[in-house]
Write a protein that binds this ligand. Sequence first.
Ligand SMILES: Cc1cc2nc3c(=O)[nH]c(=O)nc-3n(C[C@H](O)[C@H](O)[C@H](O)COP(=O)(O)OP(=O)(O)OC[C@H]3O[C@@H](n4cnc5c(N)ncnc54)[C@H](O)[C@@H]3O)c2cc1C
Length: 591
Amino acid sequence: MSHAAAGRLAILALGAVLAGAGCQPAGPVATDADVIVVGAGIAGLSAALEAESHGARVLVVEASSVAGGHAVRAGGFALVDTPLQRARGLQDSPDAAYRDLMAWGEDADPWWVRSYVDNSREQVHDWLTAMGVKFTTVLPAPQASVPRFHFTRGAAVNAVVPMISEALRRPRIEFLWNTEATELLRRDGRISGVRTERNRTGGRRLYQAPAVILATGGYQSNLDLVRRTWRADLPEPARLLIGSGQHAIGSGLQLTEPFGAARIRMDHQVTFVDGLPDPRNPGHGLVAQNRAAIWVDAAGRRFTNEAAPSKVTDRAVLRLSPATHWLVFDAGGARQLAVRGAAWLAGKSLQQEILDNPALAKKADSIEALAEAAGLPSAALAETVKRFNRFVDQGMDTDFGRIGPGMTEPPPPALREPPFYAVQLFPMTRKSMGGLAIDHEARVLGGAGQVIRGLFAAGELTGVAGINGSYGGEGTFLGPSVLIGRIAGRSAVALALGPQALGTHGPAAAPPPLQPPVQPPAVPPPRTPAANLPALLAQQRRGYWHFGVSHALVTERGDACESCHRDGWAPGPALTTGQRLVQLESCTRCH
Ligand SMILES: Cc1cc2nc3c(=O)[nH]c(=O)nc-3n(C[C@H](O)[C@H](O)[C@H](O)COP(=O)(O)OP(=O)(O)OC[C@H]3O[C@@H](n4cnc5c(N)ncnc54)[C@H](O)[C@@H]3O)c2cc1C
């Protein structure tokens, strides 16, 4: 949204506020916490941990039954000049990273890029490793002049689980699970708390605190909003899959609407073009890639250098009409198909689940028959394949430069060995690079650039503060989410407890417990015998989404209950911190 539009929103919002939205009577009020954090993704966890370490009592409100947000499904972190890079003989520096990010993003926010490259080592890398996160691999990325895309063993789930574990152990952090923030409260001209709804029971409550940090993530699962803010320089795809998480609907944007919070760069979005319809989750997409494939459009023609950086190929696909393309490969190439993006894929045979599924992949013994099956013009596709095979044989792609001098990948194989395959892909939403406008202290700004007192924001809700500009980099969401989360945590503490509190570090004297402390159910729920699981899964209960998707997988794999439910956590909800910690040991069984 433009500033002008945000300004109009501010005027509308004033009307809403005068009409009483979120207003409370004046007078002294007991607080429930010093800082309320909405959202327990990597940004919210960072904010909560930071605020707690300066003595704040923190209440974390999380809509889901589990923490971690997108980081659970994400890959790596862009980190600058780390011990791992040095050990590999890689010379990196904040200046080099600054140049890379500014050049790749084209219109990135220079202040935030500078802040990130200068602080990623200490504020992100060192802080995470002190919590037990181990970075073990560093990979190159197209936007980076030196490899700086850092991975833990496996993916980012191994970075966020230690953070959740740490947050659970901190004495002054309290989690409210399955609880959605539905409205912000305002008192005496400043944000003073949140209204919540327990999504399993429908129970509602107000929680008061002098500082509220919103870390609700992006809006890439809100197709309506994605389309309304679609960038002007590219046509809107007719079919757009969802490639983002369950709760990424932009609720932080909606929460702040009545207060006229400014939104910036809303048309800056990462849209992948290699989305394969997820056969188990209609409307959602998996990521399908195949280095042995050629890409063809609806006319059966190649249209880009398939090996070019995604910045180039994404735009090439989005400019097509219709915006869709087919991966075409042969029997040998089929072995190079890679599909990721859902936990259910783990351990599955791609041949069985994807290549032999006629809804996802067309298969034939000749290119002509393949074209017919895929609904592509047969003569054109045959000519395209013949021409490409000639390029392979002569070692030169004179159409798009995929083969020949300047080649960035090993030469692709020719397509000669039947059966041949065609897999149709669609654009897919992924990451928000715009959102709530914040200042350098992560305070949320109104339409006129004024600070909305008591309100902070971090992570993808802010479009990670414009660090990516127009083009998302590799690993440049997770790291910035940590940094901005920590900044928001510090700023919230300075407001709630006074700036002197920032001098305090580490656990101080045991603080008073939060009101209410844990939420024990009136009667401890009975242990669920394995036989009852199908009955539980058959019920469509609000607030049980993760339980449903995870235990559908448990059932499919025939996992024994005790392989995860052990050490005092019987099959049933985790009610104590101890049970939550046992539960955390199971995350990597699926993620
Ligand atoms: C599949 C995938 C792969 C990715 N890979 C990478 C990668 O390799 N490197 C990289 O840097 N980035 C990657 N990203 C992006 C990155 O994961 C996210 O940008 C980042 O994790 C966002 O963190 P966050 O805490 O801001 O938001 P989220 O992770 O979205 O967390 C928001 C949390 O808020 C909760 N919430 C939302 N609304 C409410 C409400 N009203 N009340 C209470 N709770 C609420 C949600 O349930 C969620 O837990 C990837 C993204 C996806 C989808």
